[in-house]
Write a protein that binds this ligand. Structure first.
Ligand SMILES: Nc1ncnc2c1ncn2[C@@H]1O[C@H](COP(=O)(O)OP(=O)(O)OP(=O)(O)O)[C@@H](O)[C@H]1O
Ligand SMILES: [Mg+2]
Length: 276
């Protein structure tokens, strides 16, 4: 018998009836996702941190009018955390569905973020939901849930962080249609940063130009490059009254590296790009 666990962080989904989550398409990902949903195909989103994967899923759940259940994966996540467990309540044992079982019953979109962080023996419970069976077996109660129409599995990960021992099983990968994400074109990223950061297109385009230059330093040992997310953070600081160069130091440069040579190179890029 399992005891209640804090091992899973889930946002239980309601149909997203509120405002449309802002999302600017990069290529054909909206059409592809809609097709996958219609044909009950699971989707894998691959791409660097902060490039819009989560926002895309929120947007698609809204478009398709499905509840969204998000699970943040980590290496302590167990199959029971996903499927469910018996809990003791008032001297009785009661079954409590896990987020995957809830999503299957509700016909929700179930989004497993950073799926490669979960152990392979945990990820295997997804298999029966990703093929023609569309079922999940609750071994401890004997129930087999058939996923309601509208149920869709979405996983995401950042291939750059993948480690040898932290990969999806070869038998898991082909169960998904893979959509590759990357940072948007300069024009699209400028539009996003202006909208989300509350700055003018001119300021946004300067931030995006800086980001492109810093992204070029990846070959010089920079492990992580500035994402759309950090540009939005810099834009927000600037919109709140902080000088643009200082906002970039705080939100874009300092978080990326502790290496003094790299920081100096990035500060030079700020001087070249923003102080012209
Ligand atoms: N195409 C886009 N349209 C609208 N906003 C976007 C887009 N891409 C990125 N953003 C903005 O960038 C922010 C970061 O994106 P998001 O959180 O979706 O990244 P992610 O790929 O899920 O990152 P992580 O891998 O770290 O979870 C979003 O909150 C949103 O403001
Ligand atoms: Mg995310």
């Amino acid at each position: 018998m399992s005891v209640p666990s804090e091992n899973v962080s889930v946002q239980h989904g309601q149909p997203l009836v509120g405002a449309e989550p802002y999302y600017v398409p990069i290529t054909d990902e909206i059409t592809v996702f809609e097709q996958c949903h219609q044909h009950q195909l699971a989707v894998m989103l691959k791409g660097p941190t902060g490039c819009g994967k989560t926002r895309f899923v929120e947007h698609m759940a809204w478009r398709l009018q499905r509840p969204l259940i998000t699970i943040s994966c980590h290496d302590d996540l167990t199959a029971s955390d996903l499927v469910g467990r018996f809990l003791i309540q008032h001297d009785q044992t009661v079954w409590q569905d896990g987020p995957l079982a809830i999503a299957a019953r509700q016909g929700a979109i179930c989004y497993l973020d950073e799926v490669v962080e979960a152990r392979q023996d945990t990820v295997v419970v997804l298999h029966s939901l990703t093929d023609h069976r569309r079922t999940i077996a609750l071994e401890k109660t004997g129930e087999v849930i058939t996923a309601a129409p509208g149920f869709q599995l979405v996983v995401s990960y950042n291939p750059g962080y993948q480690r040898m021992l932290n990969d999806l099983k070869p038998s898991t990968r082909p169960r998904f249609v893979a959509l590759e994400f990357d940072f948007p074109s300069e024009t699209t990223e400028t539009e996003i940063v202006a909208h989300e950061g509350g700055v003018s297109s001119l300021v946004a385009s300067r931030l995006v130009t800086l980001a492109h230059q810093i992204r070029g330093l990846r070959d010089r040992g920079l492990a992580e490059v500035p994402s759309t997310r950090v540009l939005i953070a810099a834009a927000r600081l600037h919109a709140g009254g902080i000088a643009l160069e200082r906002a970039c130091e705080l939100a874009v440069i300092a978080p990326l590296s502790d290496d003094e040579t790299l920081i100096a190179a990035m500060n030079d890029l700020i001087t070249l790009t923003l102080k012209r």
